[in-house]
Design a protein around this ligand. Structure first.
Ligand SMILES: [Zn+2]
Length: 417
């Protein structure tokens, strides 16, 4: 095995450069990418890929970066893609990110310089206990860090440079894909899978060092519209049927001690109202439905419909519309058809000297949709922690292990072919 070592300086440089470019995505925008500034980072990445020697590297009109490392083996090896997203979460500012490196962490409180009330404490971030002696990178207290997913970008870029500079390490064709708008759920809307031409892919967007995730939620969205009966409140007796009250009654009959985010964990699903607005005449609520099991997800949809019907009985002159639509599906049923994807990913982690952690995500990734679109795609750790907030952190040493894992994946697919 060829070892990626003595290069953490370059890895850290890359990461710090990427996080200082604001790439926040915007859920309210209708353009693609949702924010034009995401292309600023895309252009930097393309330039660097060209410098490394990937002649076809380019940014397309939708803000996607594509590039190829040609095969250097006589064997016929499946085409493997490594993928990360360039945008950061709309939940927290990504403007003027100032990365701060805390060298040789010894368990002390990490106080962020630009807002000293923001303190990372060992007992509040359980993964910090595995970081003693490591170099931790945080933001400065006024923004998120953007390790989600710029850690993944930096790791893939370092792995690309390593593979190109070490041609004695044999690998098949490797594809690089950097996507915009993952954080607003539109990360693969305009991806061109035909152009990409990959057989299998790995997103590098997981949390804890050593983790490999082959299972995500299956997800539906539901929109419920209540058309009530409005009348002058002074003369409403026996006539008015308030859409606001009907909607509140429906939300009130939904389970409270189960099937809600605040009462579930692990493999348990939920029905969750996320927005509600309206007036006496018309009220609308949006829900998200989640489960790891597609059949149970369908049952949650039916339960919501039954709750609606049970309340509507009391309002004979009002009507409702309930629309449930698919958002994404658990990638596991696709990945189970190609067990080698997880097997080689797990082996790559072991060879990097880490104990693999196989787990599921109570959420979705670009990989959930890519898998269902025909590109099986589990998620590998990038080392990002406490993402979407000011306490976000990553360690340089975890990032280094992720680079080694990516390199190992490329080598193992060639070795096993
Ligand atoms: Zn992410």
């Amino acid at each position: 095995m060829l070892k990626y070592q003595n290069k953490t300086e370059f890895l850290e440089q890359r990461f710090k450069k990427y996080v200082q470019i604001d790439t926040q995505s915007d859920p309210l925008s209708t353009t693609s990418p949702s924010t034009e500034k995401q292309k600023d980072l895309g252009r930097v990445l393309v330039e660097e890929l060209l410098e490394i020697g990937l002649a076809d590297a380019h940014l397309d009109q939708y803000g996607y970066v594509y590039a190829t490392i040609p095969s250097n083996t006589d064997k016929k090896v499946p085409v493997i893609c490594f993928c990360s997203h360039m945008d950061t979460s709309p939940d927290c500012s990504g403007l003027n990110v100032k990365p701060v490196v805390h060298r040789n962490y010894q368990g002390e409180d990490l106080v962020l310089p630009d807002d000293e009330t923001i303190i990372l404490k060992l007992n509040e971030h359980r993964d910090l206990k595995n970081q003693l002696g490591n170099d931790i990178i945080t933001a400065s207290g006024t923004t998120l860090l953007g390790a989600d997913n710029k850690a993944g970008l930096a790791e893939i870029m370092e792995a690309v440079a390593f593979l190109v500079q070490n041609p004695e390490l044999k690998h098949g064709t490797i594809k690089i894909l950097f996507t915009p708008d993952e954080e607003v759920g539109r990360g693969v809307d305009h991806v061109d899978l035909k152009k990409l031409g990959a057989d299998f892919a790995y997103t590098i967007d997981g949390e804890t060092c050593g983790s490999i995730e082959d299972e995500t939620f299956s997800a539906d969205g539901a929109t419920l519209i209540i058309n009530g009966v409005s009348s002058h409140p002074g003369f409403a007796k026996g006539k008015m049927e308030s859409a606001i009250k009907i909607l509140c009654a429906i939300i009130d009959v939904l389970p409270k001690d189960k099937l809600t985010p605040e009462a579930t964990e692990k493999k348990e699903g939920f029905i969750h109202p996320v927005t509600i607005e309206g007036n006496v005449e018309r009220a609308e609520a949006r829900f998200i439905l989640r489960d790891f099991d597609d059949d149970l997800l369908a049952v949650h949809g039916k339960s919501l419909d039954q709750a609606v019907q049970s309340v509507m009985k009391d309002y004979p002159n009002s009507t409702y519309e309930l629309k449930i639509s698919e958002q994404y599906r658990n990638m596991k049923k696709v990945l189970d058809l190609y067990p080698q994807v997880i097997e080689y990913g797990t082996l790559a982690i072991e060879r990097a000297g880490i104990t693999p952690i196989n787990q599921s995500i109570r959420g979705g990734t670009d990989g959930s949709r890519l898998s269902l679109m025909g590109l099986p795609c589990p998620n590998i750790f990038a080392g990002e922690h406490a993402f979407h907030g000011k306490q976000e952190w990553v360690s340089v040493q975890d990032m280094e292990k992720a680079v080694q894992t990516i390199i190992n994946i490329a080598a193992i697919w060639e070795e096993k072919s």
